[in-house]
Design a protein around this ligand. Structure first.
Ligand code: ATP
Length: 223
């Protein structure tokens, strides 16, 4: 049977990118034998307040974080689109470009549980496989239409992801690092240092730009 190594897609606000995103991507790239993972920053996330950092800086931080990492790639297609950054549109544009290559949309379990609130979410399994990254041992009851989708499309063997272009759901254990972008923004607003929560190159950009700093703190530290 014909198989093709899938392209992984990791969308997010990346405000900022952190080691939780990166370690998950790293384990999935190797563990699922993906051809690459594209990090796709959202211009206007539909389900949450706009990003705190400007687009250009979020993009620079992403590029700095994954520079020279084989298999990791930044894809700025959502930043080039107007309107809300709907994942269904992103996957459709990737599908138009990549033809029948298997696509894997990577989601944390939290993001997966919120899938039914996404724009035209029912179309997503027709465009990509879903790879749900969860902390080992984590169990949750998935109910309703999402539960039915999971029951109908769940697979265990990652090799199956390369056999068809889309449509399966693989729940995969990853080393879940309890880091969040919002906690990093809060830390920095209090004047804290994000060392080891983000790659060094991202930390340098954060410290140089003061992007999440509370204006009071910046004035104080500049005195
Ligand atoms: P925020 O704290 O601002 O909500 P975030 O840290 O959750 O941000 P996002 O850019 O919103 O980051 O997340 C993009 C994707 O990365 C989502 O699928 C989310 O589930 C996943 N993700 C976020 N944090 C982690 C983490 N620590 N480990 C693994 N995946 C994560």
């Amino acid at each position: 049977m014909l198989t093709e190594r899938p392209t992984g897609v990791l969308g997010g606000t990346f405000d900022p990118i952190h080691v939780g995103h990166l370690r998950t991507a790293c384990e999935l790239l190797a563990g699922l034998d993906l051809a690459e993972i594209r990090f796709i920053p959202a211009r206007l996330p539909p389900h949450r307040p706009p990003a705190a950092a400007p687009e250009a800086l979020r993009l620079r931080m992403l590029e700095a974080a994954i520079r020279d990492v084989p298999g990791f790639r930044v894809d700025d297609r959502e930043l080039r689109r107007t309107g809300p950054s709907y994942m269904v549109d992103t996957l459709q544009s990737l599908r138009d470009e990549l033809g029948a290559r298997p696509l894997c949309l990577i989601l944390g379990f939290d993001a997966f549980m919120g899938l039914p609130t996404w724009h035209r979410w029912r179309e997503i399994p027709g465009l990509a496989h879903l790879v749900v990254a969860r902390r080992p041992g984590f169990a949750a009851t998935v109910e309703g239409e999402l539960g039915e989708l999971l029951a109908a499309r769940s697979i265990r063997d990652p090799a199956l992801l390369g056999r068809v272009a889309a449509g399966s759901i693989l729940v995969r254990d990853v080393t879940r690092l309890e880091v969040s972008a919002s906690a990093i923004r809060d830390l920095m607003a209090k004047g804290g240092d994000p060392r080891y929560l983000v790659p060094d190159a991202v930390r340098e950009l954060l410290l140089k730009t003061h992007v999440y700093a509370n204006p009071e703190e910046v004035r104080f530290s500049a005195q």
